[in-house]
Ligand binder design. Structure first.
Ligand code: GLA
Length: 743
């Protein structure tokens, strides 16, 4: 359906009497938009409304409005897809800006709409609008993906034939994508965190006003709001209706939930996000366009697991999603840090190959002058003192051992103590008055300078080509502050991200087989913008399994396990000094994209044997782990956790029953295993490949004793409705439970 409506007059601001609606449906969710004039409105976003005959859609339109309130505007308030004060909307507007101090009261009106269904489910609705005040053309695209995730894109252009009175550009200060929420959505969950403790959940009630999370770090950050979720009170992993948004952008950004006393049209509150724009960066001359990052919205009736399921489906359906089995990694960082010595690294590689590693990554320390974190960033040539024959003796050895060779880089950064900084001090991002404080002794390169972009592309391209690199760990260890460039200190926060994306895209185009990991001091740059051009994330620098249980559980809210780097560290964690058992470290790292972050040349034969068993177990289970549904149980208290992966066809599952701390309760009572079919029959066994967990009890329960010896048949009713009494483990222990469905 394509419609064109030009020359809207003032009167058409009233809701259109004969409702024309567009209904997008996929995977049990619906978006129903009424093409009201001058601007459409969302009638419903949430549960699938089923097939909607025209009169039912019209009924939803008829019942969309609230009352006319006393002492308020004299018609029902509207909340449109491009909310402005022209509709009587007193909340966050869709866009803000000005044209040399004018055109601050936009009056958008639809010029065209188009709708296309996707045979796989969902479809796309595009609404084009124009705002005469600012000579702006606005386009909003709602794409309901087959996964049920709603990807909303928006762009705003200054008309190419701008006939406004001003020759000045239109200064865009904000563009926010918003969707309405119902009254029952009253509890907010989002995330915060710091280095080594990313994605820490925080909850609060929704009250009147704006809950706004603004990120000014030039990357999504360790405290990224990540997935701002609003739901019915007490929503959990397995239950409760929830609505969520993720901003697919790797720079400054903003998430918000807003509730005004008068509501939002017929709805109660709004959820949204967008890029946080720096004053003066986006200035649209005739023909210029600003494209907002896509905001991914999702709804579920089944709590946080329902949302995770949609996002995992969305990511797995991407043409660029990794299709090959995820190789076991050994990353050299915590094994040798900056102490690069060929013989030592060759021995490490040999041990790695022996225990079943498939990808060996040489971390920081290999390039010119890089003997510590104080020098060298920017000089992307191999250090001739440490590596007189280049990286060949190591890279070739790694390949001879049957592994892929990967390398660490941090392209956007520069140490003042580097040849690059000495040769091009003007390439450092910052004001003409001079850069502010360094961070980890480093600064950011000004990627908006085409010479810098060209230098980096050339340097990386050369490295990848020369050494046959299959994998880059792409790091980003500081925040962007005062991101301005040029003689007049123009802001370039947006341009920096665009240049980064361009650089990644260009490198990948030159090396189609190359995989890239997004790392930023661990998990400081995890978002669907960077993931559109990378193959996994380094989830956190913290390899302490106790911390990792939480970090991985919540990182998995958005990303499936195959995208989350999860490495086994040494017994004493390098980031927390906490000592953990080998089996707990191994079991925790199994539920991601596993690797080793440890000097395994110092391991005992018993430890090496266990590592070998672990890589074998991972290889056996990875088809399930990296394609199934992530499930997490809602348990009382914080002392235990139960999580797992259930095959999409329901035929197999692997769970980890985890004891985090002791608790006053001596036993668990019956604990239902989430995600199984109560009408099916299964067999179950305890996997002891990683050793037996240490127990805080005398013996039993009897099912557990038997399942350690043999497959134990059990009905779905017992497993997932009634539940199993779980053994009481000692703290920081995990038990692996494998299930297979019986025919
Ligand atoms: C960051 C990364 C680490 C490691 C170091 C190297 O901290 O997160 O994994 O690569 O840099 O300097």
């Amino acid at each position: 359906m394509i419609t064109d409506r030009q020359n809207q007059d003032e009167d058409s601001a009233a809701p259109h009497p004969a409702a024309r609606t567009v209904h997008l449906r996929a995977a049990g969710t619906s978006l129903l938009v009424e093409l009201t004039e001058p601007v459409p409105r969302v009638l419903h976003w949430g549960a699938d409304l089923g097939e909607l005959p025209e009169q039912d859609a019209a009924a939803l339109a008829l019942t969309a409005e609230g009352p006319v309130l006393k002492n308020a505007i004299d018609r029902p308030r509207q909340f449109t897809i491009w909310p402005t004060e022209a509709d009587g909307w007193s909340g966050t507007p869709a866009h803000q800006g000005h044209l040399a101090g004018t055109a601050t009261a936009p009056r958008p009106a639809t010029t065209a709409t188009s709708y296309q269904a996707d045979p796989a489910g969902g479809g796309e609705l595009i609404v084009a609008m124009s705002d005469c005040a600012g000579s702006l053309d606005i386009t909003v695209t709602y794409r309901l993906e087959p996964s049920g995730v709603l990807a909303v894109g928006a762009e705003i252009s200054r008309s190419a034939t701008a006939r406004d009175r001003h020759s000045e550009p239109y200064d865009l200060s904000a563009l926010t994508t918003l969707l309405p929420l119902p009254r029952r959505a009253t509890e907010i969950l989002d995330f915060t965190g710091k280095w080594s403790r990313e994605r820490s959940p925080q909850r609060r009630p929704l009250v009147h006003g704006t809950h706004s999370r603004e990120v000014r770090r030039g990357k999504s950050g360790p405290d990224s709001p990540y997935l701002l979720t609003v739901g019915v009170p007490g929503f959990g992993f397995r239950s409760g209706e929830v609505w969520a948004v993720h901003v697919a952008w790797s720079g400054d950004q903003r998430y918000l939930v807003e509730q005004l006393p008068e509501g939002a049209g017929g709805h109660a509150s709004v959820l949204g996000g967008g890029e946080l724009l720096r004053s003066g960066e986006i200035r649209l001359g005739p023909g210029d366009t600003y494209r907002a990052p896509v905001c991914h919205f999702a709804w579920s009736a089944d709590g946080l697991d329902g949302l995770a399921d949609r996002f995992h489906d969305l990511l797995r359906a991407r043409p660029g999603h990794p299709r090959t089995p995820r190789p076991v990694v050994l990353n050299s960082w915590e094994a040798v840090y900056f102490d690069h010595d060929l013989d030592r690294l060759r021995r490490l590689a040999e041990r790695a190959a022996e225990v079943g590693v498939e990808r060996f990554v040489l971390d920081d320390g290999w390039f010119t002058g890089r003997r510590s974190d104080r020098a060298g960033l920017g000089d992307w040539t191999v250090d001739a003192d440490v590596w007189p024959d280049g990286l060949f003796p190591l890279a070739d050895h790694v390949r001879e051992l049957g592994m892929e060779f990967g390398l660490w880089v941090e392209p956007e950064m520069v140490n003042p103590d580097s040849e690059l900084a000495r040769a091009h001090p003007d390439w450092i991002l910052g004001p003409t008055a001079g850069p502010g404080p360094s961070s980890r002794h480093q600064y950011v390169l000004d990627l908006a300078n085409p010479e810098v972009e060209a230098y980096l592309l050339d340097a990386l391209d050369r490295l990848v080509r020369e050494y046959g690199i299959g994998y880059l760990k792409w790091d980003h260890n500081r925040e962007l502050h005062e991101a301005v460039h040029g003689a007049d200190d123009r802001p370039v926060s947006h341009a920096q991200v665009i240049a980064l994306y361009r650089l990644l895209d260009a490198l990948r185009a030159r090396h189609p087989g190359l995989e890239i990991e997004s790392c930023a001091s661990g998990g400081g740059r995890i978002d669907l913008g960077i993931l559109a051009r990378t193959d996994r994330v380094w989830t956190s620098d913290c390899n302490d399994p106790l911390e990792r249980q939480s970090i991985q559980r919540w990182s998995g809210q958005l990303l499936p396990p195959e995208l989350l780097g999860a490495h086994v560290g040494p017994a004493a964690s390098h980031t927390t000094a906490r000592v953990a058992s080998h089996s707990f470290r191994l079991a925790t790292a199994l539920f991601g994209h596993p690797g080793i972050e440890q000097d395994i040349t110092g391991c005992t034969p018993q430890e090496l044997a266990r590592l070998t068993a672990w890589t074998a177990l991972y290889r056996e289970l990875r088809p399930l782990l990296h394609s199934g549904r992530t499930v997490r149980a809602d348990l009382p208290g914080e002392a235990t956790a139960l999580h797992g992966v259930v095959a999409r066809d329901g035929t197999a599952a692997l769970y980890a029953w985890v004891r985090l701390t002791t608790s006053p309760e001596a036993q668990s009572g019956r604990v239902p295993l989430p995600g199984l079919d109560p009408t099916a029959h299964y067999q179950l066994r305890i996997r002891t490949d990683l050793g037996h967990p240490s127990l805080h009890q005398a013996s039993g329960p009897s099912w557990f004793t038997r399942a350690q010896e043999t497959w134990l048949p059990l009905p779905g009713t017992a497993l997932t409705l009634a539940g199993l009494p779980m053994p009481t483990l000692n703290p920081e222990q995990a038990l692996l439970i494998e299930l297979r469905k019986l025919p």
